[in-house]
Design a protein around this ligand. Structure first.
Ligand SMILES: C[S@@+](CC[C@H](N)C(=O)[O-])C[C@H]1O[C@@H](n2cnc3c(N)ncnc32)[C@H](O)[C@@H]1O
Length: 315
């Protein structure tokens, strides 16, 4: 779509069910899912999630004015099918603010102290941008770098690279857009990286982004869950020495033992996607699977989300 033409935004405001941490987290996930599905609509140029308010999430769905009605209807139907309480509102934008609005959401992100740049594919590099970069097309699967749970994992990668940690085999469980797998490949130049996701749309996006970054040769991308034979076939014989898993707590907890089994003794595990009130349950499940806390500040927290840095204890 041409940025100088009029654009339309369909605002989709989702009211989160705060009856419990579980219903809140479920609605947050479903809101992300709704955004990802809408991003795949042929008339949609991009979807952004506004910094969520305490009770709601707003999706800004960018489209063409002539398609705004169709996109709005699709958003309503999908929200209903997902069981979300959502209100929709289209708005045609012809004002000069438009480009600034777009840029505000998709601005490049610099991680660490200039260690890594995350750059949307359509924004050119600036002279003072860090040399190491990952270029992402944020339009499709989850993982633009703007979500707290992604950011907690990205910070974990950069912090390890700064400390000289040099993993040889890294797993990104639930790779979405591939953002973590790609950041790991860039920051750990000798590592081989496996990216797993059970959603074929996510693995397709990861492969596209890997190719765009010249990193396809460093990544093994598999559409599978952790325990699937397809995934077991690509696990390194000695086990992973770093695993990044940004997935919801209810998915992480039952996979604690499988994660242990595919990791080398002493390997590190970063769990994100955990709400503060789920911390205790996640910590218990992983302690029972012989993981111990690692890192100086534990757990790390961004808004309502926490990340657990864990280490697999020796056998
Ligand atoms: C919150 S997104 C994380 C995406 C990206 N890694 C990031 O940090 O931004 C979680 C991803 O996990 C995937 N996922 C959820 N359950 C899974 C499972 N059981 N096995 C594999 N992938 C799963 C989803 O399809 C989704 O792409």
């Amino acid at each position: 779509m041409n940025q100088s033409s009029p654009w339309a935004i369909v605002y989709v405001t989702i009211v989160l069910d705060r009856t419990s941490g579980e219903t809140f987290a479920r609605d947050r996930d479903l809101a992300d899912e709704l955004g990802a599905i809408l991003a795949g609509h042929p008339a949609v140029g991009g979807v952004e999630t506004l910094a969520p308010a305490e009770y709601s999430v707003s999706l800004l769905v960018y489209t063409d004015p002539s398609a705004a009605g169709v996109v709005e209807q699709r958003a309503s139907e999908l929200a209903e099918a997902l069981g979300l309480r959502a209100a929709t509102r289209p708005e045609v934008r012809t004002d000069d603010d438009w480009r600034d609005t777009w840029k505000q959401f998709y601005r490049p992100i610099i991680l660490g102290e200039g260690d890594l740049l995350l750059r949307p594919s359509w924004i050119p590099r600036a002279d003072d941008h860090p040399i190491r970069e990952i270029v992402l097309d944020p339009g499709r699967a989850f993982g633009t770098g703007l979500h707290e749970t992604t950011r907690l994992c990205l910070d974990a990668i950069v912090a390890r690279a700064r400390r000289g940690v040099d993993p040889k085999a890294v797993l990104d469980l639930g790779c979405g857009s591939g953002i973590l797998a790609l950041a790991a490949a860039r920051m750990f130049p000798t590592a081989t990286v496996v990216a797993l996701d059970d959603d074929p749309e996510a693995t397709a996006t990861t492969l596209e982004n890997a190719t765009a970054n010249g990193l396809a040769g460093r990544l093994t991308v598999v559409t599978a869950d952790l325990g699937d034979p397809m995934a077991e076939r690509v696990h390194p014989p000695g086990g992973y020495d770093l695993v990044l898993a940004n997935i919801r707590a209810e998915t992480l907890i039952p996979r604690a033992r499988s994660l242990r089994e595919c990791m080398a003794p002493g390997a590190e595990l970063v769990l994100s996607g955990v709400l503060a009130d789920e911390l205790e349950a996640v910590e218990l499940a992983f302690r029972e699977a012989s993981f111990i806390p690692a890192g100086v500040s534990w757990p790390r927290r961004l808004n309502e989300w926490v990340a657990l840095d864990l280490r697999r204890s020796p056998p």
